[in-house]
Design a protein around this ligand. Sequence first.
Ligand SMILES: [Zn+2]
Length: 251
Amino acid sequence: MKKPTIVNLCDRNFKEISDQIQGKHLTNIQIGSYSCANYFIHAIKYIFEADLREFVSNGFDLVIPTLPEHYLKILESKEFRVCCDRCRQVVINDYGVLEYLNGKCDVRMGRMFFKDYRDHRYKEYDTAEYVGKAKAVLNFVLNSGFQISAYENDIITQNYCLDHNKTFDIYLHYPYRQISMSHICEYASIHKNIEDKYIPDDSCSMQCFDVKVLSPEYRYIKIGKSVYDRLDDRYLENIKGDYHLIITPEW
Ligand SMILES: [Zn+2]
């Protein structure tokens, strides 16, 4: 059975987000980032200033990227606290933030916790039957006393068997599958000397989010620091069990 769908507006410029939500009466959206703490700071300021409730009936989910240590002070900002209070669910992508927010909000574990290999060049990761590796991660999280209510992942193959855990809601991303993520922004290093290039999580002026690099056959797309491939509906046909879809509008 299909459950309500979420529209994924992470890692987009804010003009595009406003265009997507205004006048559309969307039910569920998510905002934030799967790849960049620098972008995330701008996103929570945008949410803080916009009244999303006017446009989105069930509020929004807030996606927090993997936060490097020198960005942890974001979690104490007024903007972040207000976003947490207003959102429906917080999507967390690393253990540090999971620990920090434990018990304070409704938590969904993000796709970046689940390290299943994603590569359509190998049939094991494209068409073959594949049982997800979520169970070990979820068991660890529960045994460590973390409180979560849901988890999400990419669709790993065309015969993806969700390792179903009835305690949690499952969310699956479609049609863009995140296959790689880096902590280096090349725009942040352009004008720097060689020894200062490639500093992880260095901040840029957000140029990277206005550049989309497409492979010729439109199978791969790079946005910000992430590379995605694009799935088609063969990846949805054989999924059994109840799940929510997180749909990313076309990049
Ligand atoms: Zn950048």
